[in-house]
Design a protein around this ligand. Structure first.
Ligand code: TMP
Ligand code: ASP
Length: 263
């Protein structure tokens, strides 16, 4: 599939058009940003890892009946995806209190929440993606009540599935952010809601079950170092990287060349 014009460039990804008006190419960059672009760096290999991790997760979700935008991974940095009209909303799910929840409401760090907490943020960089209520979403027509009811159900199911995927490899899913869009379904000839964007250590908080070591973008946000090693550790545990690439507690600090299993 040949790449056409650039349609959109975000902080971590670029979208290119293809000859098919319903399909686009999603390219994963190595750029890392935090605090709405205030902090920036190039983290070599991050794009390659997020491409593989997100492909693995979305394929797993798809096998469990979740509709996603992913068609297939094309190469080390690119995926063919369905073109989707993205809802201007970030859907956040929290299982354990940390991050902005603890700052905003003073909830003690690490508090186990009785049930998953759903939050909505308005996707608007100029405003720092502010927290919003469902009433804002309906008032300003960012999504309909019916769409949000459907999305809430899918989001909670995704939380259950992701929690299981990560628990199986000794990782706690603390919280995550997902996005949805509406994409054309050529069989039904209607638009349908699909999970879009990516699910990766950039968009989740992942803690090692035993040590609570952070295996996600908080290593960048909080200057903890070993960012790429943490992402590699997630890939290795999910079985995406070959077993011989053994990043254990002992060699956690070393840089390990990225090698992947053939499909
Ligand atoms: P927060 O605690 O900073 O609000 O983050 C909640 C979750 O959302 C966390 O898993 C990180 C993720 N996230 C993003 O993916 N993109 C963002 O821009 C922000 C602020 C958070
Ligand atoms: N993605 C956001 C930014 O670029 C923030 C974050 O992930 O913490 O600034």
């Amino acid at each position: 599939m040949n790449k056409g014009n650039k349609l959109y460039e975000g902080k971590a990804k670029i979208i290119y058009e293809t000859k098919d008006q319903n399909l686009v190419i999603q390219h994963f960059k190595d750029d890392a940003t935090a605090f709405n672009n205030l902090k920036k760096a190039n983290v070599e290999g991050k794009g390659v890892l997020n491409n593989r991790i997100s492909e693995f997760i979305l394929n797993n979700l798809s096998q469990c009946g979740i509709k996603t935008h992913l068609v297939k991974r094309l190469n080390m940095r690119e995926q063919l995806i369905r073109k989707a009209e993205i809802f201007p909303i970030e859907f956040i799910v929290r299982n354990i209190a940390t991050g902005s929840l603890t700052k905003r409401l003073g909830i003690p760090e690490g508090t186990l929440l009785d049930k998953p907490l759903l939050e909505y943020c308005y996707k608007k960089d100029e405003l720092n993606d502010p927290l919003i209520s469902k009433e804002h979403i309906f008032s300003f027509g960012w999504a309909s009540e019916d769409e949000i009811n459907k999305i809430d159900k899918i989001t909670l199911r995704i939380n259950d599935l992701l929690t299981g995927i990560f628990r199986a490899v000794g990782i706690k899913l603390v919280d995550f952010k997902i996005e949805y869009g509406k994409a054309w379904n050529k069989d039904t000839e209607e638009k349908e809601i699909v999970l879009a964007d990516e699910i990766s250590p950039d968009t989740c908080r992942l803690w090692d079950m035993k040590t609570e070591k952070k295996l996600d973008k908080d290593r960048f946000r909080k200057d903890l170092g070993n960012i790429i090693q943490a992402y590699q550790e997630v890939a290795r545990r999910l079985g995406i990287m070959p077993e011989e690439t053994n990043i254990s507690e002992v060699n956690f600090g070393k840089t390990i060349p990225i090698k992947f299993k053939k499909k």
